[in-house]
Ligand binder design. Sequence first.
Ligand code: NAG
Ligand code: NAG
Length: 736
Amino acid sequence: MGRVEYSPLFETRRCRGRFIYRSFAISLFVAICFIWHYRFSHITKGEDGNWAWLGMLASELWFGFYWVLTQALRWNLVFRQPFKNRLSQRYEKKLPRVDIFVCTADPDIEPAMMVINTVLSVMAYDYPTEKLSVYLSDDAGSQITFYALLEASNFAKHWVPFCKRFKVEPRSPSAYFKSLVSSGYPTDPSQAKELGNIKKLYDEMEKRIEDATKFGEVAKEARLKHMGFSQWDSYSSRRDHDTILQILLHKNDHNNSKDVDGFVLPALVYLAREKRPQYFHNFKAGAMNSLLRVSSNISNGKIILNVDCDMYSNNSQSVRDALCFFMDEEKGQEIAYVQFPQTFENATKNDLYGGSLTSILEVEFPGLDGYGGPLYAGTGCFHKRESLCGMKFSDQYCNDWNSEDDQFKEANLQELEQQSKVLASCNYEENTLWGKEMGLKYGCPVEDVITGLSIQCQGWKSVYYNPPRKAFLGLAPTTLPQTLVQHKRWSEGDLQILLSKYSPAWYGFGRINFGLQMGYSVYCLWAPNCLATLYYSIIPSLYLLKGIPLFPKISSPWFIPFAYVIVGETTYSLLEFFFCGGTFQGWWNDQRIWLYKRTSSYLFACIDTILKLFGFSESTFTITTKVTEEDASKRHEKEIMEFGTSSPMLTVLATLALLNLFCFLSVLKDAILGEGDIGAYETMGLQVLLCGFLVFINLPIYQGLFLRKDNGRLPSSIAIKSIVFALGVFISFIFT
Ligand SMILES: *[C@@H]1O[C@H](CO)[C@@H](O)[C@H](O)[C@H]1NC(C)=O
Ligand SMILES: CC(=O)N[C@H]1CO[C@H](CO)[C@@H](O)[C@@H]1O
């Protein structure tokens, strides 16, 4: 008898228009070679601009090299399409258990209501509830978060059946109630009536939780009602406490596991792993590894979904989407994880801070997928437990969804809790491979990327699925300093990966596809981009002031490759942005953030990495997210850039902006007074253009320095510093 032929559970399509893109890319590469040739062949010894010329050469070699790397992300795009109905036809009765990890770390930045909305949205997935378990890891060990989760476990008894009965979307209560305002209330009278009840329950719950937050403690009556609170008796601070673990809902607890319709709810577990001052806790990676062990003892789901507490599920079908990839009979074996994009709902229309990462999520990740799979981005990602726990892929490996272990059938919950607590203790990991070869890797600020890379180096593939209706929605940074600090952390972490044992450049060699190696390098080399970009935004403008040309004149044939690269790249990036659904203004904002990242975040990431290599401690930039004041959110809606805090990164940006302004004004003055000779503009055309571009893109900074009076403007300390620095450079350059 032959093998049964199954129709596949997912399909992979290649991007159309590849030929056109590739031809364009090759032509651009030829132009880049001409530019390199021009630089090399025009090095003239002893002239005034010679050092500047060598710097231009170095910058352009870098830009060209980096551009070649980025081609790996655009050469071979693939898009995935799962078939959920085939999945339920074949496997509805045999679906595997899924464990969902939600991580929170700070109740001030991540309010309890937000956390439980995320938890409720994933508890209400359209999936057999007895196979779903939700774990909340609370690294702050906050009693209020625990209280909120306890409230959520009661609210879920009404919410989950309500969602299923009326096929409600999205299933985060707060997002659902908000969506009703714009999309209209249900017309079905029975749903409308139940909605009224649910909304009332939700509002009451919200009030109780907000009260507890306001007073900083849980009301005594509430504490007496649940014995779980007694675990805080030995709690001394968020850095010093025992493991706190409570199974709030579980099917073995016959009194308290069913919803109002009598159906079992998903399991729900609260975990605050043990913390002691003398132990290093490894941030989120440490929390995830504790969850991996604890969950293996309680539900041991074969598939793990991890979401940040600020990302609720916007699509109740996502688990099934992900399973189509894992359970495909032919290609599912080798897939270790399925990454969904992080979509941000708080970005404004023109995305002032480039926070929605459009080109990364819409183009570059499908590009990586063409060479073996995207990075693991730390949230919105489904993993196979085995690969996350360090198993190597081999051809003999075979998915085994049927081996339902029965050890949990009759387990006693108290015993389960006691056994599991040990797994989350500080010294459990001593002399084990956790953090090295098992679970998430330690010692890197972007633990997710390095973990994903090492999984791929073990022979596994990953998949990127970007559904039309987004699976997870979260919040993007809403001020410029937040954006810059976030990018500093990312670029610094990625650079550390390049320098680490797991570098995609050498460790990845022969283990992953060459295209994927290049793709990873694009991100790992984010930070070093600062040098060439800084050079390009300072030196040509200063030499413009002196009247020394650094680019070919407009009538020279060498001008053509420069013009082609500038026009070609600009047009391409604009088209790509439109293709991803952006606006023109959004593209322009994206260019600005591109520049700001490179001249500030990446610069400080480089400096800190070097300091660290020499054993100095690094500078710290902590941005406290204040409660958004009303003015600030008005400015957010109007897309006025929010500077607000004083930070060395903003000083660098303001100084660069002013320096270019001085250069541009001085050239403009000469032009108006007729002092410069007109022929000079023909020889200096590109330099004038570059300087003018830098002035134009920096308009929000000039406004923030001189024209605005609100609290979001650039602080006057920065204004003074940057004027002094920029004038200093300007004047010293004129007189030398
Ligand atoms: C989120 O889900 C709703 C339906 O519940 C849908 O209308 C909306 O487009 C989704 N959001 C995104 C960004 O896909
Ligand atoms: C949490 C948060 O910052 N929410 C904001 C998202 O953006 C809207 C305006 O677009 C604000 O009203 C919210 O406060």
